[in-house]
Write a protein that binds this ligand. Structure first.
Ligand code: GLU
Length: 518
């Protein structure tokens, strides 16, 4: 069997939608599973739709996701160039071949003439299609004789080259996801293969390049299924039937609610990103959010995407890229669309966050702490707040269960760094009784005597003191928490005080005694 070679072939017309990332991912997984190559080809023949920065965005997205091409635009390889705009000289010969063999023809119709034809059809409630029924009455190398055609070409008349769609043929193909798919050519039009600007259209360039780049499998979105019969016929017309790749058309990614495909425009409107990275539209300056900037881990994002359309056939949900590569197969990709679930996407991030190494999380969180503290410190006249880096991995380990993103850790842990300056009013009302200041003063005295300030030792000493003195455990602990944290939240109290230390614990108790008024 020939080597497995697949390609991701985006057009640089804007940011890569997450559906596009999934297409790239499934290609990557398929290639890696079979020891094959994953190529990146930039399909930039439609110059009107070219968007500056889009290609760089695509490459950066793939790199962020860890699905790095083995070959292609920016990645080297022997079968390049991998930008279609740099392959201009390659395509005309194939068009010529198609014309010679009668599979294609020149068409000289101006856009005005085509508009007129359309209007005339509409007047009779019909839709104009450039095909077997209309081509004879239009201006092309089928309706005109050779001399007339030669004259038009010699005079520099602009023309396109169209595919001559055969009549009454059933084109079938064995799609790796959908099984046998069949199309009747009578429903299809004579697609343009080569444009007046001297560039091929998507159809011609795509087929020629897949052939020349020795692509074995075309794995792409369902929206390309209608193009399949033309592509299959092009392989036949060019004499490449035996080298034709196998096709797999991936199901759509659907909106979380309602019907229809998750489109580029849905994104931020529905409250979640549709793009892997933040994108600033170069023309309008409009910003669309990205998973990276929203704080998602690339492996969590990829894991979520893999399960949109593919299922492992088991209950397993968490897969590293390596595990995905082992388990992936097109036979487990469904035909019907999968609904995108933004909540589940957060859940995936949570799972990855909880399992992430605390040192790594600590270094991600450190930047956030620095930012927060520097804005607090700017307001402070006297002593600036500093923090102890060494305690970060422990702090992170104590709060990570409660968050989906590193950016949410501050909310859950700010009291480790900054003493409360005010106290949650509801809790004060409920937990700060008349005798509480005295109780906290006594607690302070106990704490002053503790030498080994570890969580366990503090817990033992304080709890013993509570029981021996027949204090109410809840009354002491709730008021203690209010004094140290400022609110009824946070991890185990003794873990908190062990981290902030004895001096800070005493200072916070003192501040609470002096400032909390019922
Ligand atoms: N250039 C096409 C796109 O933008 C490629 C489709 C295909 O994979 O054949 O998706």
């Amino acid at each position: 069997m020939n080597k497995i070679r697949v390609r991701f072939a985006p057009s640089p017309t804007g940011p890569l939608h997450m559906g596009g990332v999934r297409t790239a991912l499934f290609n990557y997984l398929f290639a890696k599973k079979h020891g094959g190559d994953f190529l990146l080809r930039i399909e930039d023949t439609d110059q009107k739709r070219f968007v500056p920065g889009a290609e760089e965005y695509i490459v950066e997205s793939l790199k962020w996701c860890g699905i790095v091409p083995d070959e292609g635009a920016g990645f080297g390889g022997d079968l390049g160039p991998y930008h279609q705009s740099q392959r201009k000289d390659i395509y005309p010969a194939y068009c010529e071949q198609l014309i010679q063999s009668g599979w294609a023809y020149y068409a000289f119709d101006t856009s005005e003439e085509l508009d007129n034809a359309r209007t005339a059809f509409e007047a009779e409630n019909k839709t104009f299609i450039y095909n077997r029924y209309t081509r004879e009455s239009l201006k092309n190398s089928i309706s005109l004789d050779d001399d007339a055609v030669k004259k038009l070409i010699d005079a520099g008349t602009p023309y396109v080259i169209r595919f001559k769609m055969p009549h009454d043929v059933i084109v079938s193909n064995e799609d790796l996801i959908r099984g046998k798919v069949s199309f009747n050519t009578n429903d299809l039009d004579d697609k343009v293969l080569f444009k007046a600007d001297g560039l091929p259209t998507y159809h011609l360039a795509n087929v020629v390049d897949d052939y020349l780049m020795k692509i074995s499998h075309v794995i792409r979105g369902e929206e390309w299924l209608p193009s399949l019969p033309l592509h299959v016929l092009l392989y036949e017309a060019l004499g490449w039937k035996d080298a034709m790749p196998q096709f797999a058309h991936l199901p759509l990614i659907l909106k979380p609610v309602g019907k229809g495909k998750l489109s580029k425009r849905d994104g931020d409107k529905l409250g979640f990103p549709v793009f892997p990275l933040l994108w600033t539209d170069p023309a309008t300056g409009e910003i669309s959010s990205g998973y990276r900037e929203e704080g998602y881990f690339p492996d969590a994002f990829i894991n979520m995407l893999a399960l949109l359309g593919w299922n492992p056939g088991t209950e397993q949900e968490i897969f590293s890229l390596e595990e995905l590569t082992q388990s992936f197969g097109l036979e487990r990709v469904g035909k019907s669309g999968s609904k995108f679930d933004p909540e589940k996407t957060k859940w995936f991030n949570h799972q990855y966050l909880v399992n992430r190494d605390n040192q790594m999380l600590a270094s991600d969180f450190e930047k956030e702490i620095e930012n927060r503290l520097s804005s607090i410190n700017r307001e402070l006249e006297g002593n600036k707040i500093t923090f102890d880096r060494a305690s970060l991995p422990t702090i992170v380990s104590l709060v990570k269960d409660r968050v989906n993103f590193v950016s949410e850790m501050w909310e859950q842990s700010s009291f480790f760094f900054v003493a409360p300056s005010d106290y949650d009013a509801k809790t004060v009302k409920k937990r700060w009784k008349e005798d509480t200041p005295q109780l906290m003063t006594d607690l302070k005295a106990v704490i002053e005597t503790i030498e080994d300030f570890s969580s366990e030792n503090c817990e033992e000493i304080i709890k013993n003191w509570i029981t021996e003195n027949e204090h109410n455990m809840g009354a002491v602990m709730n008021a203690f928490r209010l004094s140290i944290v400022g609110a009824p939240k946070g991890p185990h109290m003794f873990d908190i005080i062990a981290i902030i230390g004895k001096e800070e614990t005493l200072a916070r108790l003192q501040h609470a005694i002096a400032h909390i008024n019922r």
